[in-house]
Design a protein around this ligand. Structure first.
Ligand SMILES: [Ca+2]
Length: 265
């Protein structure tokens, strides 16, 4: 639950990408030219040129390069707490926001006749899910990577979903559902002959400002990738609030490992 409010973090960068090795900073160009010192952000990362030992963090609120879709907005108050995670404090159960902000209002019920929170919030809604696109997720080689999602879903607020689409997680009390597209392709698996596109993230008791992690294994190409997480296109299916992602070699993401299921409930 450690949390420190500090606006002086040297690792907050407008490009939203945190490089764990100076090698990648030099290799990637662009924002990567701004070399960030290796300060133990992720214990598993080491500053070598080896493609199997790197880690990158991208803040959801880095807009641009990220893009907000439909209802999604940036909350720079960390749910009213103004808690900013310490550099090594982005971890399960920490009461803070990575970079001090997150993307919220990832709603399944948009556009509606009124904005989120208004009296018309649920009226005349269409069912196009809002979300956030990470526009510049860059890896050195094509392959399957662990993408750890740092997100917020507290107060057991699974939006009525206590079944998690049939997933039995060892953690959490309920779930919020998501769709994930990589470079325009909807990620899914097959389950008993049915397409399973829903990534269920566990929700927890406690405040919404508490940080949680879940990992998806995603195929990325060498160079920049677009990773889009959005709410399923149903009026009753809202996503969690997305804080940041870490891109890691497969097997190094935090648990639980989330694989897609058929149902959003
Ligand atoms: Ca963040």
């Amino acid at each position: 639950m450690a949390a420190e409010a500090s606006s002086a973090s040297p690792r907050r960068r407008s490009c939203g990408r945190l490089l764990a090795s100076s090698f990648f900073a030099a290799a990637l160009g662009g924002c990567g030219d701004l070399t960030v010192p290796v300060l133990g952000l992720l214990p598993s990362a080491s500053p070598t040129a080896d493609a199997t030992s790197f880690a990158l963090r991208y803040e959801a609120e880095a807009v641009p390069p990220n893009m907000l879709v439909l209802s999604a907005v940036v909350d720079r108050t960390c749910f009213g707490t103004n808690l900013i995670c310490e550099a090594d404090g982005v971890k399960e159960g920490a009461n803070c926001c990575s970079g001090g902000a997150a993307v919220t209002e990832i709603l399944g019920r948009v556009p509606c006749s009124g904005p989120p929170g208004s009296a018309e919030d649920y009226e005349d809604c269409e069912t196009i899910g809002g979300g956030v696109e990470f526009q510049d997720v860059t890896v050195p080689a094509a392959g399957t990577y662990d993408v750890t999602w740092w997100y917020h879903c507290g107060e057991n607020d699974g939006y009525g979903d206590t079944e998690c689409g049939g997933v039995r997680y060892a953690v959490g009390s309920s779930c919020r559902p998501h769709l994930i597209d990589v470079n325009g392709v909807s990620m899914s698996s097959s389950e008993d002959g049915q397409t399973a596109p829903i990534y269920q993230f566990p929700c927890y008791p406690g405040a919404w400002s508490i940080l949680h992690g879940a990992t998806t294994a995603l195929p990325l190409k060498a160079g920049p990738n677009v990773v889009f997480i959005h709410a399923p296109h149903e009026i009753t299916l809202d996503g969690a609030d997305i804080d940041a992602i870490d891109v890691l070699p497969q097997g190094q993401g935090v648990l639980p490992l989330v694989t897609p299921v058929v149902s959003g409930f």
